[in-house]
Design a protein. Structure first.
Ligand code: B1M
Length: 210
């Protein structure tokens, strides 16, 4: 029986060794990787966020928790595959300028790769002109913008505008996501789609690519 609470607690305690051990133990009991990710790890990061907001956790600790989460994601990555292999579209994904959060964006990239898409993950703090360059260079059909801060959401609009100004708008579908982003915001800034999580982002990307 997987102990999701213990995973959550180990993550909050920034105990990488323990959380990795719990993840491996759950996998050896055939607990689905998606359950481990959602019920143990993402649930833990949500509490880390609350503690950060209330001043009960500070940036260095949050980084340690994020690192522990990253190690677990590496273990889960091969198990989260959807079982398809043919490339079903080329995606450029990045976190917008001013924003350094990348765990969720990397999960989205991973799910898309697992779903058979060719994914170019261009990192964090990506300025609008770099998105434009990468869309051109990689001949992408889809670009995914991630933002975790309300203060960096306007950068999504600037990126959409830069894509329009570059003349690429008709060639590329724009998707947006990240905890503060909503469908209403996506519509307001002229994006083609919004996804609240990695699984739905991957499904939406495939349908937009087709
Ligand atoms: Co930051 N941080 N952080 N942080 N941090 C949040 C986002 C926050 C909500 C915490 C809080 O106060 N409760 C808050 C934002 C408040 C707001 O604006 N609304 C916050 C803040 C304020 C800050 C700083 C400003 C703190 C400071 O310095 N005073 C600072 C900003 C730095 C910067 O970016 N310029 C900062 C820094 C950091 C760390 C560097 C310490 C670290 C990031 C490490 C890293 O990413 N490598 C960090 C972390 C870890 C968090 C929390 C705790 C966890 C984020 C996370 O990884 N979640 C976060 C609180 C929270 O979200 N509960 C918080 C797990 C991840 C799987 O979920 O990223 O939501 P998420 O991704 C999901 C979906 O959103 C979606 O799919 C993903 C998977 O299902 N998705 C997409 C994401 N991108 C998508 C793109 C798509 C589609 C879907 O494209 C189509």
């Amino acid at each position: 029986m997987a102990d999701f609470n213990a995973m959550t607690e180990a993550l909050i305690a920034c105990d990488e060794e323990k959380v990795v051990q719990l993840v491996n133990a759950a996998l050896s009991e055939n607990v689905p990787a998606f359950d481990i990710l959602n019920k143990g790890l993402i649930a833990g990061m949500d509490i880390v966020g609350e503690k950060m907001e209330s001043g009960d956790m500070f940036i260095p600790e949050v980084l340690m928790a994020a690192q522990a989460m990253g190690s677990c994601v590496k273990i889960l990555k091969p198990l989260l595959k959807e079982g398809e292999s043919a490339s079903s579209g080329t995606v450029v994904i990045g976190t917008v300028k001013g924003d350094l959060h990348d765990i969720g964006k990397n999960l989205v990239a991973m799910m898309m790769e697992s779903a058979g898409m060719t994914v170019h993950n261009i990192g964090v703090d990506v300025p609008p002109e770099e998105f434009v360059k990468q869309i051109k260079d990689k001949n992408a059909q889809i670009v995914c913008l991630s933002a975790l801060l309300t203060t960096t959401m306007p950068m999504m609009k600037k990126t959409v505008d830069a894509i329009k100004e570059s003349g690429l708008r008709e060639k590329v579908k724009i998707m947006v996501g990240g905890a503060p982003v909503t469908q209403i915001f996506a519509d307001e800034i002229g994006a083609d789609g919004f996804a609240p999580d990695a699984g739905s982002a991957s499904k939406l990307a495939k349908s937009l690519a087709n």
